[in-house]
Design a protein. Structure first.
Length: 343
């Protein structure tokens, strides 16, 4: 179907008519090729991704948003990378009032997709900053729990980790409690674990693409320096901030030295790097899974929970609840933002 014959009832159209990376006006069930692009500084972008979309999904999402007083005036079917399936973006110009992420998630589950909302989205094609948590974010494990396996105190340590990540225990207090249980572990075992770190799916490809577009990449982790430095090597990060384990006679002493990288310190890292790079706040992104990442995510222009706890998902600006971290590109590469095309 040609773009010159778009003004017809939606029910008569197949989704393929929404040409990739092109905005279409939506009015009363009709789609027409947009002559102008949405203004990224005004309104709200609702992004549906990780689904097998048909026209019924478009209309269902538009109706859902309308029930929450969000009037959709434009729609775009776009693909930010060949490694990702096409997504749908719905523009509502009159409001920046977001729907509770847990409500979004429940509705998205009914459509077998994910749905996020972003106001003033970052632009992949301009220099930016990504600050990420490490454990259960850049990598799939909690390093301190894995060290605890080596000391045969996994259950004790993992239970405290879970409380801390859920925000039910002060992070610094929990860190000291957990590290104390690791006294006596040999450094050679730490090195062995360091060399087998499993990266989170999609994180390497994401970082490669961000680097191609002059983004600065950093880790701010409540984990430990040896592991953060290894991740830095694996995905080409610019710098890392993590906690320093104390060793004596090539064994852990059960203590942490220096400034503890807690929630407050993570936020400091983000703000310091933003100032150092001279970036607008809208070009800063923070990702993490735990309660100690929330302050950092709040300070960022875009804070995204990745495979996060319910409390974190609810308080974050957006969430990737399953699948590859490459999906972050859906929020960074909305077509024609600032007149730059992703095609």
């Amino acid at each position: 179907m040609s773009q010159t014959n778009m003004a017809q009832p939606a029910a008569e159209q197949a989704l393929h008519f929404l040409t990739l990376n092109t905005w279409f006006n939506y009015n009363g069930g009709q789609f027409t090729t947009a002559q102008t692009q949405p203004d990224k500084t005004v309104g709200l972008f609702s992004i549906a991704f990780a689904g097998d979309f048909e026209l019924k999904h478009v209309t269902s999402i538009i109706e859902f948003l309308k029930k929450h007083e969000l009037n959709v005036t434009a729609v775009c079917h776009y693909q930010p990378d060949l490694g990702l399936a096409p997504a749908l973006c719905f523009y509502s110009p009159e409001s920046e009032q977001k729907i509770n992420p847990l409500v979004l998630g429940e509705f998205a589950n009914s459509l077998d997709c994910q749905l996020v909302q972003v106001a003033t989205p970052p632009n992949l094609y301009e220099p930016g900053l990504l600050v990420m948590d490490m454990d259960s974010t850049a990598i799939t494990i909690e390093c301190i729990d894995e060290i605890a396996r080596l000391a045969d105190v996994y259950d004790d340590v993992a239970s405290v980790t879970a409380l801390a990540m859920a925000g039910k225990l002060d992070f610094s207090e929990s860190l000291n409690q957990r590290v104390a249980k690791l006294a006596g572990i040999e450094q050679s075992l730490i090195d062995e674990l360091k060399n087998t770190l499993p990266l989170m799916p999609g994180i390497k490809a994401l970082c490669q693409i961000l680097k191609q577009h002059n983004w600065y990449l950093a880790i701010a982790s409540g984990g430990f320096v040896p592991f953060a430095e290894r991740v830095q090597q694996l995905i080409n990060l610019d710098e890392v901030h993590a906690n320093v384990l104390e060793f004596a006679n090539d064994k852990l002493t059960g203590k942490v030295s220096g400034t503890i990288v807690d929630a407050q310190q993570k936020a400091v890292v983000l703000e310091t790097l933003q100032q150092k790079l001279g970036l607008a706040n809208t070009q800063t992104v923070a990702i993490g899974d735990g309660a100690n990442d929330l302050l950092m995510m709040e300070k960022a222009g875009l804070g995204v929970a990745v495979h996060g706890k319910p409390k974190v998902v609810e308080q974050a600006q957006a969430a990737i609840c399953k699948g590859s971290l490459l999906q972050l590109l859906y929020m960074l590469a909305i077509p024609y933002i600032n007149n730059r095309s992703i095609s």
